[in-house]
Write a protein that binds this ligand. Sequence first.
Ligand SMILES: Cc1ncc(COP(=O)(O)O)c(C=O)c1O
Ligand SMILES: N[C@@H](CCCC[NH3+])C(=O)O
Length: 431
Amino acid sequence: MSYPINTAQHLTIGEVDAIDLAKTYGTPLYVYDVTKIRQTMRDFKAIFEKEDVPYVVSYASKAFASKAIYQVAQQEGIHADIVSGGELYTALAAGFDPKHLSFNGNNKSWDELTMAVTEGVGTIIVDNFLELQLLSEITTQNGVKQDILLRISPGISAHTHEFISTGQQDSKFGFDLLTGQAKTAYDIARQNENFNLRGLHAHIGSQIFDVTGFEKNAALLAETAKSWGFQPEVINVGGGFGIRYTSEDEPLPESEYADAIIRTLKSKAAEYDWKMPEIWIEPGRSIVGPAGQTLYTIGSRKDIPDLRHYLAVDGGMGDNIRPALYQANYDAILANNPNASTQEVVRVAGKYCESGDVLVWQQALPKTKPGDILSVLATGAYGYAMASNYNRNPRPAVVFVENGKHQVVIARESYAHLIALDHDYMLKNGK
Ligand SMILES: Cc1ncc(COP(=O)(O)O)c(C=O)c1O
Ligand SMILES: N[C@@H](CCCC[NH3+])C(=O)O
């Protein structure tokens, strides 16, 4: 594998010197190549346009939500999926058109649903019976007719990590299909004149590497609608397209997933004599994951003879929880000279007080020294989004680069931010 470098042999990201970025903004630092993000968004759209089918590409913003990414999505003409009042607030603050938002989630609160309805969120993806009831009351109170989809729990297991598999029957998400709850929900939704039920949704999981689950899911949604005598305007098959984290991963091109879904639904629409429904997809990881990387400064090391070399960096599980949470693997490169030949295999650890605070389990690297910059690749999805202040570490900054230019889009937290919401304790012995 060879990486883009400049004449100083430094790694470049979006034509910007990574070492300069580290010097300018400090480390740890999340860096996104916006050109790549735009390209993936365009690629997804192009697949549907080539097939001449109605579609919506909705960026699953849980993967990385910030004002800047909603702005890029809007510039590229794609929609966004949100899962909380906080994501909705951020999207609105970014100037994102609420009509182009869909709202997922298995326990949306009264306040969140009210905010969505009154702010004009285009589509609410209703997950459960309580939500049907809350939404009925909220739409009545506000005199709104709301577009909705019903989220179905399809009973399809995708081959991925148990914690990120969502389509199996034993899942907290969506109306259960196998026990008839989905049909009951459909009947309720159809009878409610405040709801415009546009179609069905099912998401089978994340980081999926084959098309079978998507084909089954698309077919099942169509068959389900048909069995209810319902001609859907929208079939939303969720996200979950796998990406390359390490050189061992072999993801399919986006087009294979999308083509399989399109093929399946075209054939169902023809079989049922339906007007072709809009195909909605909700990719998160595949849009931002490969476009992001995290720069760290190398610090201490510990060499245990005949056992392991630990290389510690200035971040860790607070900025990337995925290795600890899912045993996720990443590749790391020496940003000072990424194409130098490797000399040792190390485990890259963080600075947090946990043995499980690992960023890269096994990595061949050139010899490094304290102060060198390490880049962990493909950290753009569920990195910043799942970051924490564990051990009272401030969260890093996020920088966007594009065509040789760079800009902070989320500032680095300071120590003052860490105590901004703290209060001195005023009671002495409970008085
Ligand atoms: C409903 C829904 N849509 C979309 C996504 C995005 O998935 P991914 O980031 O794997 O594309 C998720 C997360 O798995 C999800 O739960
Ligand atoms: N956060 C998970 C994916 C969960 C997707 C949410 N539906 C990850 O990092 O892989």
